[in-house]
Design a protein around this ligand. Structure first.
Ligand code: GAR
Length: 208
């Protein structure tokens, strides 16, 4: 059984997709052992509780400085003793110590086709605003392993989604979630849980 901890910041629709997929058997050999939010009042915590999953919040506001918060976040993750850390809309920079401890054992969903529309300042709705400002015709989502860089780790999977005439950032965000994110993230977890992928030379390859 792959023990996963899911880190969230907001609505938690990706968390819900993971919960639903585990329940439906789309993700196998996996147990969601905990949910951690950096925000005390988000819907995600409710989603976790409704599914009977232990959920805690670790908010930067409760700590004197970033280093202390980072250590508390890592402690909270370690408490659950996970095999895999899943960033499902977690909009906080991952502490370098966590990346060092969980090498190629942290994955992230990003709402664009990396390396487009990613990096510092590109998160949540802002990504879709920039896609529309640029007039891009195709966008999508990417699941990748997390390394020291921002959105720079080995890419696990990507799916393209068309931008349509009249899209608002909210409409585009929803389409990218429905057509790409909620499919890619559960599938990536299932692939890891069932040992179907490996990282070689900073690239993800399928196991034979
Ligand atoms: C998702 O679109 C996710 O891809 C994005 O935040 C949203 C969270 O939605 N993540 C990032 O931008 C990470 N850089 P959710 O809370 O409903 O899953």
């Amino acid at each position: 059984m792959l023990r996963i901890v899911v880190l969230v910041s907001g609505g938690g629709t990706n968390l819900q997709a993971i919960i639903d997929s585990v329940a439906a058997g789309g993700i196998t050999n996996t147990e969601i052992v905990g949910v951690i939010s950096n925000n005390k009042t988000v819907k995600s915590l409710e989603r976790a509780k409704n599914a009977g999953i232990p959920a805690v919040s670790v908010s930067p506001k409760d700590f004197e400085n970033r280093d202390i918060f980072n250590d508390a976040l890592l402690d909270a993750v370690n408490e659950f003793a996970p095999d895999l850390v899943v960033l499902a809309g977690f909009l906080v920079a991952i502490p370098p110590k966590m990346v060092a401890q969980y090498g190629n054992r942290i994955i992230n969903i990003h709402p664009s086709l990396i390396p487009s529309f990613c990096g510092v300042g590109y998160y949540g709705l802002k990504v879709h605003e920039r896609v529309l400002e640029r007039g891009a015709k195709v966008t999508g989502a990417t699941v990748h392993f997390v390394n020291e860089g921002m959105d720079e780790g080995p890419i696990i999977s990507q799916k393209a989604v068309y931008v349509e005439e009249g899209d608002t950032p909210e409409i585009l965000q929803r389409r990218v979630m429905e057509q790409a994110e909620w499919i890619l993230l559960p599938k990536a977890i299932d692939d890891i849980a069932n040992d179907r992928i490996t990282v070689i030379d900073n690239k993800v390859v399928k196991n034979n």
